[in-house]
Design a protein around this ligand. Structure first.
Ligand code: ADP
Ligand code: MG
Length: 252
């Protein structure tokens, strides 16, 4: 056990250093660095195509990075020798499209990874899944099929499915973008509650109101880099960079 010196800042859960990602001749992430401290929420903003999804996919090892290092709890997860599947068990990711298995009941969607990847017995997996469905307010829909639920409910099931394995870090990629406007609130409320529970999160969103109240840190991505970062009251209300100002004027 390492003990921290009094007053020392603990190391971040996620540390992205000088990340570079290229698709063909397009440089999508260019020397991008950011840190996500424990129990905090970092929000990525930026125009469509600025690399938010690519960054999240790199962190979840769904993309191979071209240069740079990503560390999770001090461990280099971009080292080619790491077991990708093992790393991914400590990261939860939720996408814009709910991606539930349509033929599986809600409870089976939530238990699948626990049983298949983590080797948890069925009764224990179901117990944990029901607890998590309770957490997202959907315990009474455990036996439903995804198409019997609203979009907001399906997204809450997707969040329960990501949480049930007790991830160290949660990634959210525009999780409300595919929802009807009246369903956005229930999902954002849930994400806000997770933050208050102490979950460490990195999320991409176009919901600036949500970013303002939930983010500890906002990062504006532009040209594959973090052009500006800081607390929401600075980046969103008083941005330093003309490009951030321009983006915010267009989106709000
Ligand atoms: P954002 O999520 O901010 O909208 P993305 O990360 O989806 O941005 O995309 C960033 C850039 O990378 C875009 O120009 C996009 O076309 C390109 N891109 C993303 N994924 C791929 C891929 N698999 N192959 C080629 N280009 C891609
Ligand atoms: Mg995206």
């Amino acid at each position: 056990m390492t003990s921290l010196a009094k007053g020392a800042t603990p190391p971040p859960v996620l540390d992205v250093r000088n990340l570079r990602k290229v698709f063909g001749s397009t440089v999508v992430l260019d020397d991008l660095s950011l840190e996500v401290p424990e129990h905090s929420c970092t929000v990525l903003i930026g125009a469509s195509g600025s690399g938010k999804s690519t960054l999240l996919r790199c962190v979840d090892l769904l993309e191979v990075v071209d240069d740079g290092v990503i560390t999770l709890d001090g461990r280099d997860i971009t080292d080619p020798r790491v077991d990708t599947n093992e790393v991914r068990t400590s990261i939860g990711i939720v996408f814009q499209a709910f991606n539930l298995f349509p033929h599986l009941r809600v409870i089976d969607n939530v238990t699948l990874a626990l049983r298949r990847v983590h080797g948890v017995r069925r009764d224990e997996a179901e117990h944990r899944a029901l607890e998590m469905l309770d957490r997202v307010g959907l315990r009474d829909r455990a036996q439903s099929r995804p198409d019997e639920l609203s979009g907001g409910q399906q997204q809450r099931v997707a969040i329960a499915r990501a949480l049930v394995v007790r991830p160290r870090l949660m990634l959210f990629d525009e999780v409300t973008s595919a929802l009807d406007p009246e369903l956005v609130g229930e999902v954002l409320t849930l994400v806000t509650e997770l933050k208050h529970d102490g979950m460490t999160m990195l999320l991409a969103t176009h919901e600036m109101g949500f970013a303002r109240q939930a983010a500890d840190q906002v990062c504006f991505l532009d040209g594959g880099r973090v052009l500006e970062q800081g607390p929401p009251e600075q980046v969103l209300a008083d941005p330093r960079e003309p490009r951030t100002r321009q983006f915010l004027r267009r989106i709000i």
